[in-house]
Design a protein around this ligand. Sequence first.
Ligand code: TYD
Length: 228
Amino acid sequence: MSQVPVPPARGAADHPGLFLTLEGGDGVGKTTQVRILAETLRAEGVEVLVTREPGGTALGAEIRRLLLDGDHVDPRAEALLYAADRAHHVATLVRPALERGVVVVSDRYLDSSVAYQGAARSLGVEEVRNLSLWATGGLLPDRTILLDADPALADRRAGGRGGRDRLEREPGAFRAALREQFLALADAEPERIVVVDAARPVDAVAAAVRRAFDPLLAARLGVGGEGV
Ligand code: TYD
């Protein structure tokens, strides 16, 4: 596990929208939780943009294909491709939506690069974080949920989904290092990153995710109000 210094980044609240991200290892249930969160917010009349990395834009979908369906990618090339996807995603989709006052929910963002490329691939967390901050003009999420679960559980879930991509075939040690690194990131930025135990039933996890976002939704958009 690497030390995680927290360099200054542009204030997340320089836009009228809300930027929420979900993070975690493969198979922890992020995609399901993103869907539930978006459905409940829309039912409350909130405008939500659901997106993901890599692959939230047409260019990003191409980059995703190169990264996940191909053969070995050199770690530095891999880090740059994720950063390129992120730069284009933020510039063309995320930031314009935030400027319109939309709630943007992204399935993965910069913390995935810091954990996967920075630590688990030993490129250095600070370098990888700075690369992403450069790529995005310093955009950090207003709040991030880390869905945390034992990689063995996540493995069973991912295995049950059928086809597994290149990164999902990584060995156990990689996945354990990844989990530790995500938890270290949460420790370093407790104001932004909330850890949610993802080993519980889907509904319980969804309620915890919503609770973690509620204060911001209430303060910024006047939505909900529970847990404020
Ligand atoms: P994703 O589609 O979220 O996979 P899953 O739904 O199985 O969690 O992410 C694809 C893979 O890309 C995943 O293994 C994590 C990896 N990844 C990185 O290594 N760095 C990054 O910056 C991002 C965004 C993803």
